[in-house]
Design a protein around this ligand. Structure first.
Ligand SMILES: [Zn+2]
Length: 585
């Protein structure tokens, strides 16, 4: 905050006090607020306040004293009222005093509805937009209102007073801690027919009070599967379980799809009987013609040796959507081809290293699966792509146990204009990431490896550029370095420690080994987990994202503020990589 904003932010008598207190006092307390930025806007009804002073110092936020850590850091969580809030932080050092104020606007906050009077909150009703679905799909409805009540829903003549279930408050999303969210779903049957009708909700207290409301969106249910043909017209069409929801996987350009529903800006795609997903309309071009696509035929597949591994080629008569998955804990790769009919003749393919055996399990009516068994070999990645003839799946073999033979790419997260998280004393994530990443590369290069950084300066890089640089370096292993921070509305004291993430199951053992080494530095370990982060989703190499600790937690910050500790973290990550290669290469 600069002097000008302080002057604008406070009323006249306070300006007078501040002028009186300026000079040596202002210098000595060293008070500064590092989070949130002044004049920020949030939908949450509370915010973290973080900052630092020159200890020994006493600090209070809105009149409540908070702990000051040896680094001078302090954090607090303050409730917000709807509209503009002025938050005051006061630091005292001896007789010196300094006040800082910041403004945080809470707009349209989501809070639990009151138990009394009986209330339905119109904002959270679902379907939120006009929705078209057909037989075989599921209609999901949601109501927000007074918690602890009985809730029912009706839809035209089809659903009469069916119950909704109140959900337990959610974790860290917008609904965090909010009670009174009721949900239900309905499986659409053949013959069900509804035209542009709103869902009617009824909330009853059991003491005779009742309230009712309609969903914002209107529902159309088609009695048959009225499929429409479409084609993926842009690269990277993201599929999700809910309209606009979290990424489940992606379709590539050119894939032909059957459209079986519509909600706001999204289409519902039916890939096979049990596989339906939402995608944004901008990814799909509608094609003329009645009905859906007929099944794509599969020609005779082959498995042969190719550079650095084996290649499975599957000829297809059309551009069927496909997906490659790995079962957690089982060493196999599954290629699924949707909307396809299996080859007529039985197919026997002999294994080619690193693939030990290939199997075609009995096909479901409209999806064919091909399973590649990898035996005892660790997986080192794969690449699947559409060609003019069909689908090609390239499976990589191990690059060997000599660390010097591997290309290792270390990616310091953020950089340039992307600062990342900020600690109470003002440490910037982008800088810490770079220091740790340099220490990892130094450790590896001293052992003869070819470790390169995606950035070695304070440079702004997009996620796609990081992936491009890893591909250009022909990475065998990719490790992205980050530091964590709690969302602004969460209690910063409730999380600390490091965690490693893998996007694809084949990277899980590497993630586990790295976190084990980090735990030996004294940083708390939160283990490893699957994470949907773009940089670790490319499947062609092993990819792990490391969150080295929480910058929002003053105790973690105490460790991360020491340069020697960052070097130690880098060495630990490097050791984890070397050990993994020596064991699984
Ligand atoms: Zn980060």
């Amino acid at each position: 905050m600069n002097a000008h904003t302080i002057l604008r932010a406070v009323c006249l008598p306070v300006i007078f006090l501040m002028v009186a207190a300026a000079g040596p006092g202002a210098e000595r307390t060293g008070l500064r607020i590092t989070y949130p930025p002044d004049n920020s806007v949030t939908r949450f009804a509370r915010t973290r306040i973080a900052g630092s002073c020159a200890p020994p110092c006493r600090v209070s936020i809105q009149g409540n004293s908070v702990r000051v850590y040896p680094t001078g850091a302090f954090v607090g969580l303050v409730p917000l009222n709807e509209g503009e809030n002025v938050i005051e932080v006061l630091a005292k050092k001896g007789r010196e005093e300094r006040r800082e104020r910041i403004r945080v606007t809470c707009r349209d906050p989501l809070v639990s509805s009151p138990v009394s009077p009986l209330t339905i909150d119109g904002r959270m009703g679902e379907p939120a937009v006009d929705t078209v679905l057909c037989a075989g799909d599921e209609l999901r409805v949601q109501l927000k209102g007074s918690p602890g009540m009985k809730a029912f829903w009706s839809l035209g003549g089809l659903v009469q007073n069916a119950p909704l279930r109140e959900m337990a408050p959610a974790g860290e999303d917008l609904l965090q801690g909010i009670h009174g969210i009721y949900r239900a779903s309905y499986r659409i049957r053949a013959g069900d027919h509804i035209e542009k009708t709103r869902v009617r909700f009824r909330l009853a207290s059991g003491r005779g009070e009742e309230s009712s409301a309609f969903s914002p969106g209107r529902v159309t249910l088609l009695p048959r599967e009225e499929l429409t043909k479409g084609e993926v017209s842009a690269e990277g069409a993201i599929l999700s379980g809910e309209p606009g929801g979290e990424r489940a996987w992606e379709l590539d350009r050119g894939a032909r799809v059957n459209i079986c529903g519509d909600a706001g800006g999204c289409y519902r795609l039916k890939l096979s009987k049990g596989e339906r997903y939402w995608t944004a309309k901008e990814f799909v071009k509608l094609l003329k013609g009645e009905g859906g696509w007929s099944a794509v035929c599969i020609g005779e597949p082959s498995l042969c040796r190719s550079e650095g591994g084996a290649r499975l080629s599957v000829p297809l008569s059309g551009a069927a959507p496909y997906r490659v998955t790995q079962a957690e804990r089982k060493n196999l790769l599954v290629l699924e081809l949707f909307g396809t009919s299996p080859p007529r003749e039985t197919i026997n393919l002999k294994g080619v290293p690193p693939v030990e055996a290939v199997e075609f399990p009995k096909a479901e009516s409209d999806a064919v699966r091909i399973v590649l068994y990898m035996g005892d070999r660790a997986q080192w990645g794969y690449r699947c792509r559409r060609t003019n003839e069909g689908i090609e799946l390239h499976v990589r073999e191990s690059p060997g146990r000599e660390i010097g033979k591997l290309a290792i790419v270390i990616d310091p997260g953020h950089g340039g204009t992307q600062i990342g998280a900020v600690s109470p004393t003002g440490l910037q994530e982008k800088e810490l990431n770079l220091m740790v990443a340099r220490a990892v590369a130094e450790y590896l290069n001293a052992r003869g490896a070819r470790a390169v950084l995606t950035r070695n300066a304070d440079e702004t890089l997009t996620l796609a550029e990081r992936i491009e640089r890893a591909r250009a370096a022909r990475a065998d292993i990719f490790v992205s370095i980050h530091h964590d921070s709690r969302p602004g509305h969460c209690d910063p004291m409730k999380r600390r420690g490091a965690r490693t993430y893998y996007g694809i199951p084949h990277s899980r053992p590497l993630a586990e080994r790295i976190i084990k080494k980090i735990s030996k530095t004294g940083m708390k370990s939160n283990g490893s987990a699957q994470g949907n982060y773009a940089v670790i989703l490319p499947p062609e190499y092993l990819a792990v994202l490391v969150e080295c600790g929480y910058l929002s937690h003053p105790r973690d910050e105490e460790m991360l503020v020491r340069k020697e500790f960052l070097t130690e973290l880098g060495r630990a990550i490097g050791k984890g990589i070397v050990e993994y290669v020596e064991k699984h290469g």
